[in-house]
Design a protein around this ligand. Structure first.
Ligand SMILES: [Fe+2]
Length: 190
């Protein structure tokens, strides 16, 4: 965790606040590193009639998330703290479970991804809020990421939405339950 006090940080920020912001960013680094890996896992494991649409939709999201990861890690370094980018750091620092699905239909993965994005975006919004009074530059970085993350979440949800605007995953709070709900609706749709 990036909690150690740096020996320098950006001008205008106390060392304590630099350390606080870096610790918030380290959690976002873990989260988005995990998201980039999870999205690739989905890209490789999706099967079924809509394979190519979902397979190809995922890669630009991976590219964008990897750019976010790089920007977060470099902001941590700019704040005078060492960013932790190893697999062990992700696993040790994460507060969520590994992605639940292996080989599965496109609609099941999209249902599960709805849950994934819900978690990532909620935590990213909280981090943006927590940096609002601490560091405008970090706050701006995180808000910038949210523009894309929330757009990608909509790309996923648009597959799960009916003409009445209702999501098949509504009310579900685990990846497997959301995947099952998404598949059930896909089966019953005319
Ligand atoms: Fe590929």
């Amino acid at each position: 965790m990036a909690t150690s006090k740096p020996s320098y940080t950006v001008p205008g920020l106390s060392l304590e606040d630099g350390a606080k912001v870096a610790a918030i960013l380290q959690e976002r680094l873990n989260s988005l590193n995990d998201l980039a890996l999870t999205l690739k896992h989905v890209h490789w494991n999706v099967v079924g009639p809509h394979f190519i649409a979902v397979h190809e939709m995922i890669d630009p999201q991976v590219d964008a998330v990897r750019l976010m990861v790089d920007a977060i890690a470099e902001r941590i370094a700019t704040l005078g703290v060492s960013p932790q980018g190893t697999p062990d750091a992700i696993v040790a620092g994460r507060t969520w479970k590994d992605y639940s699905l292996g080989r599965a239909s496109s609609i099941a993965h999209l249902g599960a991804l709805d849950e994934v994005y819900q978690g990532v975006i909620s935590d990213h919004r909280k981090a943006a809020k927590d940096t609002e009074d601490l560091d405008d530059v970090t706050n701006d970085l995180l808000v910038g990421h949210l523009h894309d993350l929330e757009l990608f979440h909509w790309f996923v949800r648009a597959h799960l939405e009916n003409a009445g605007g209702e999501l098949s995953t509504s009310g579900e709070d685990t990846e497997t339950a959301a995947a099952e709900a998404a598949e059930a609706l896909a089966v019953t749709e005319p």
